[in-house]
Design a protein around this ligand. Sequence first.
Ligand code: SF4
Length: 56
Amino acid sequence: MKLDIPPHKKRCAKCKYSVKLQSTVLCDYLEKTGHRRDCDAETCTKFESRRRKKND
Ligand code: SF4
């Protein structure tokens, strides 16, 4: 059975501020930056890709 994962959760899974606990993706922005996110996960403006850019 395929679970319906909300789009923002899929985005969080690719975000460098997320952590995976068992099969759950959680936002760890506060712990990693020391700042509150101050936005909803659904409309988060703090997303940063976990992938490095080619020339990094
Ligand atoms: S910073 Fe935003 S996009 Fe990244 S894990 Fe947290 S809620 Fe998701």
